[in-house]
Design a protein around this ligand. Structure first.
Ligand SMILES: Cc1cc2nc3c(=O)[nH]c(=O)nc-3n(C[C@H](O)[C@H](O)[C@H](O)COP(=O)(O)O)c2cc1C
Ligand code: SF4
Length: 607
């Protein structure tokens, strides 16, 4: 759940009054989409916040309960009911595109240069600076979003220039263009990234083969979901196709929120035709007339070009009515943009979000294949899964399954980041060893690799012979490299804060448990932990894993349990030499007193 500053700011109050009801209505009327998230984004962008009176207006415009709109504003971290600055700056606090790239110091420097406190808007309303979870730019060093646009390769020099431009109120259009240039950084290509699929080829092949035979090909290919869980794509499509209902939906999960993952960014940027083609193949197979692509809010900058690809596909007869002249083959794709919530990558939370609600995971069963979007049968697949499906429709199952391993057919696109000379995108046949990837990305003197992001697996040198695949090390694509100098406990602190921040708060084991994990690891990192605390963390981690409602809670302790099990020395050397230490830190509690008395000398500290 997001943590927002208190509402009763006098500044907020005055701006709220400055927004007339006519202004609010005009923003709502000008917005071309009737999706709640889009209207709220337009209000946020133009009025710099979502005033209380706008909530009622939006509710009445969309015929929704006021409480629903209110709760959505409260839930998503990109919506605010007190004004943000005209320059709304969000620095990534991801391990890769934040912490490892010196993000913490850059945040402090920026705040200092702009005279602003992180999380608050400057008194003149010009700028606000805050942190946000991974922005998917981990191959580009430290990164930030400024008014929805990513700026990459941050260092102290760039931060100084950014502060000067903000202070001089230079519009973003006047900032150096290269700061916004996000590269694909494709380092190796395999089945999907060779870029040899011409728009429409997959659809022609599917039409020639027929929908039934295409489903057979997808199933026989052994394609498994690339979002992490690895469910058989053919089976998923078949269940959905067989589910009764007057409407079926195809949903592409482009939420890509797992820290260290950015491969979907590249597929959407440079291979969008393949993704849309895969969705259209799926539509024909399951009998769907409507598709939705859920784009994470951090990738909003990709929206215009994605819309352009959709428009081109309509012109080519690859979308719309009677696709490629086939009577009754009607399919449209709408793009819905999220608003900063990692949990919305979980498929049922994503569906809730598509329906204009808080992204809270549903009870399952029933599964989306029978009760998904609007309660109708729905296929939810990852971006890469749809891309693979388009290729299989064209080239057949044998072409695909000839690559990879027995239970992991085809290739996997990895997002490689961290301590290596060549971060970027690497496509490999499944079965590649960790060692091979490390050699290819020129990683030297590696201490550990986090496979599959914070919710995945942390392994050390002794296990670099292990293979990527569902038989051994499954992954959604994140591959973070940690060199010998890297403090793995600091990494664990970063991950633990991420999960505590992103827990949606619905169930107690995760809501309370992730905060307790965070507190526990903070305590150890602060030198106050004991063996008792380590045992508590192990017990707590096992409990959260077992009792949480969805995958976020079920995996939130993985990273910490891995550090404790595989790198005990990292913990051991930070433990206090006593059986028990209270979490309460008396020295830290005296900080306010020191500030008031203007004392910070050694005698004013307890340690
Ligand atoms: C907390 C959480 C976040 C997730 N984020 C994503 C995501 O960003 N993209 C994705 O495709 N799947 C994500 N998933 C997995 C989805 O729930 C779902 O399994 C997937 O979209 C199905 O597509 P696939 O079968 O093609 O993998 C996430 C799951 C959890 C529990
Ligand atoms: S485990 Fe529970 S609190 Fe955590 S994200 Fe899932 S539903 Fe929300």
């Amino acid at each position: 759940m997001k943590h927002k500053p208190a509402v009763n700011s006098s500044h907020a109050y005055s701006i709220d009054h400055e927004c007339s009801i006519d202004q609010i209505r005009s923003v709502i009327a000008q917005n071309r989409s009737d999706h709640l998230l889009h209207i709220l984004h337009a209000l946020q962008q133009q009025l710099l916040h979502i005033p209380h009176r706008a909530v009622a207006e939006v509710a009445s415009h969309l015929n929704l309960p006021v409480g629903q709109v209110e709760s959505v504003v409260e839930f998503y971290s990109f919506f605010h009911n007190i004004p943000r600055g005209r320059y709304n700056i969000l620095l990534s606090n991801c391990t890769s595109c934040g912490y490892m790239a010196g993000g913490k110091n850059l945040l402090q420097l920026l705040c200092q240069l702009l005279g602003v406190v992180a999380g608050r808007t400057r008194a003149d309303g010009l700028v606000s600076v805050d942190q946000t979870s991974c922005v998917g730019m981990c191959d580009h060093g430290a990164a930030m979003l400024v008014n929805d646009r990513p700026i990459i390769r941050l260092d102290s020099g760039r931060i100084e220039r950014i502060a000067a431009l903000v202070n001089a109120a230079v519009p973003l259009e006047g900032w150096p263009e290269e700061w916004f240039d996000v590269d694909d950084n494709i380092r190796s290509s395999g089945l999907l990234l060779k870029d040899d699929l011409v728009a429409g080829d997959g659809l022609h092949a599917m039409i020639a083969r027929g929908a039934d035979a295409t489903l057979d090909e997808i199933t026989r290919s052994g394609l498994r979901g690339r979002g992490g869980a690895g469910f058989s794509t053919g089976m998923k499509w078949q269940f959905c196709r067989e589910a009764p209902g007057d409407a079926h939906y195809v949903v592409c999960n482009a939420d890509e929120g797992e820290p260290g993952t950015f491969k979907d960014r590249i597929l959407l940027h440079s291979y969008a035709d393949e993704v849309f083609e895969g969705m259209t193949v799926c539509a024909r197979v399951i009998g769907s007339g409507q598709g939705l692509l859920y784009l994470r809010g951090e990738y909003r900058y990709l929206l215009p070009q994605l819309q352009a690809v959709l428009a081109r596909r309509r012109e080519l007869g690859l979308l719309g009515r009677n696709i490629l002249g086939q009577p009754g083959f009607n399919f449209e794709i709408e793009i819905v943009v999220g608003a900063g919530a990692y949990i919305c990558g979980e498929e049922s939370a994503l569906i809730e979000s598509l329906e204009g609600k808080r992204g809270v995971p549903r009870n399952r069963p029933p599964f989306p294949v029978t009760h998904g979007y609007l309660g109708r049968p729905t296929v939810v697949n990852n971006v890469e899964t749809f891309s693979a499906a388009a290729h299989i429709a064209l080239r057949g199952s044998a072409w695909f399954s000839a690559t990879g391993t027995g239970k992991s057919a085809g290739s996997k696109i990895l997002s490689v980041s961290g301590d290596c000379a060549a971060p970027g995108i690497y496509e490999y046949p499944f079965g590649v060893t960790i060692q091979q990837v490390l050699e290819d990305c020129a990683a030297k003197d590696v201490q550990a690799v986090q496979v599959g992001g914070p919710s995945g697996t942390l392994i050390g040198k002794a296990e670099f012979g292990r293979k990527l695949g569902f038989e051994d090390l499954p992954t959604g694509g994140s591959f973070m490299v940690f060199g010998q100098e890297r403090d793995l406990l600091a990494v664990a602190v970063n991950f633990a804060h991420f999960f505590a921040h992103e827990s949606c708060g619905f169930c107690t084991p995760c809501r309370v448990g992730t905060t307790l994990l965070k507190n526990g690891v903070d305590k150890i990192a602060g030198g106050h932990g004991t063996h008792y605390d380590v045992d508590e963390l192990k017990r707590l981690g096992a409990l959260i894993k077992r009792r949480s409602h969805c995958g976020l809670g079920q995996t939130a302790a993985n990273h910490l349990l891995d550090v404790i099990q595989r790198f005990p020395q990292v913990i051991e050397q930070r433990l206090a030499h006593s059986e028990f230490e209270p979490y309460f830190n008396l020295d830290a509690a005296l900080e306010e007193a020191r500030r008031i008395t203007h004392r910070n000398d050694a005698a004013a500290h307890l340690e």
